[in-house]
Write a protein of this length. Structure first.
Length: 251
C-alpha cells in the first residue's frame, strides 16, 4: 500500500528510515544551529544510490532550510543574503557548465573526504568578511555543493558574524542554504536528473523536516550543545569511513 513512496532502488524500511532521519536532522540543525544537513548526507550515502545522492539530498535540504527560513524570517540579515546571492548565481553558472556524471566511486570518495574535512578541518573564522568576501563565499560554496552535497558547515563559517544572535544565525544561515539548494535543483534538472520518481519520498522527508524544525526552534536555547557535538563527530566519522570502504569495494 505504501509502495508509491518508494523509489525503485529503495525498500519500504529504508524509505521510512530516511523520513525519520530527515525529521531528526532538521531538529538538530534548528536546535543546535548546524550539522543536520551533513548528518543527513552521511545517512543517505549509506542507503541511497550514489547517482541520486547529491540531487535528492539537495531537494530535501531545500525544503528543510526553506521551512526554517520561513519560521524565522524576521531575523534574516538581508544585506548578507543579497551579497551571498550574487556569488551563488556565479557559482551555479560555473557549475552548470562543468557538472558531469562522475564515476560512483569518485562521488563516494569526494563526499566522504568532504565530510571528514568539515568535521575535523579548519573552517573560516567568525570575522565579518566584507562585501567581496561574502560574494566569494556564495560563489565557492554553491559551486562545491553541486559535487559534494552538504556545504552547510562551510557556509556557516562564512555566515557567522560576531554580533549575530542565535536566532539571527539560524535564520540567515537557513536562507542562504535555501537559495543555494534552489540553484542546485535548477542545475541538476538542466543536466537531466529525473526528480519525479523521488518526489513522493522527498515530500514526506520535507514534511518530517518541518516538524523537526518546529520542535528544534522551540528548544533552541535549552539543549546543551557540547556533548551532542562530540557524539555527532564520532557518528559522522564512522559513516564517512564506511562510505570510503564502499568506494574501495566498488573498484
Amino acid at each position: 500500500m505504501l509502495e508509491w513512496l518508494m523509489p525503485a532502488d529503495l525498500t519500504l524500511a529504508t524509505s521510512i528510515f530516511l523520513i525519520i532521519a530527515a525529521g531528526f536532522t532538521s531538529f538538530m540543525t534548528a536546535s543546535l544551529g548546524i550539522g543536520g544537513g551533513l548528518l543527513l548526507l552521511a545517512l543517505m550515502a549509506s542507503t541511497v544510490p550514489v547517482a541520486a545522492l547529491i540531487p535528492v539530498h539537495g531537494l530535501v535540504q531545500l525544503g528543510s532550510n526553506g521551512n526554517r527560513a520561513l519560521m524565522t524570517r524576521q531575523h534574516i540579515d538581508w544585506n548578507m543574503l543579497k551579497l551571498f546571492s550574487v556569488g551563488a548565481v556565479i557559482g551555479a553558472l560555473i557549475a552548470s557548465a562543468v557538472v558531469v556524471q562522475l564515476p560512483l566511486s569518485v562521488i563516494q570518495f569526494a563526499v566522504a573526504g568532504f565530510i571528514l574535512f568539515l568535521v575535523w578541518g579548519n573552517k573560516p573564522g567568525k570575522a565579518d568578511l566584507g562585501s567581496g568576501g561574502r560574494i566569494f563565499a556564495g560563489a565557492l560554496t554553491t559551486f562545491l555543493t553541486m559535487f559534494v552535497g552538504a556545504t552547510g558547515p562551510l557556509v556557516a563559517g562564512f555566515v557567522h558574524r560576531n554580533n549575530y544572535s542565535k536566532l539571527q544565525l539560524t535564520s540567515t544561515f537557513a536562507t542562504c542554504m535555501t537559495l543555494q539548494h534552489s540553484f542546485k535543483a535548477v542545475v541538476f534538472t538542466a543536466v537531466g536528473f529525473a526528480f519525479f520518481e523521488w518526489l513522493p519520498l522527498v515530500i514526506l522527508m520535507i514534511a518530517s523536516g518541518a516538524l523537526g524544525t518546529w520542535v528544534g526552534l522551540k528548544l533552541l536555547n535549552k539543549i546543551p550543545a557540547e556533548r551532542f557535538k562530540q557524539i555527532f563527530k564520532v557518528l559522522i566519522t564512522v559513516l564517512a569511513l564506511r562510505l570510503i570502504w564502499q568506494g574501495i569495494q566498488s573498484f
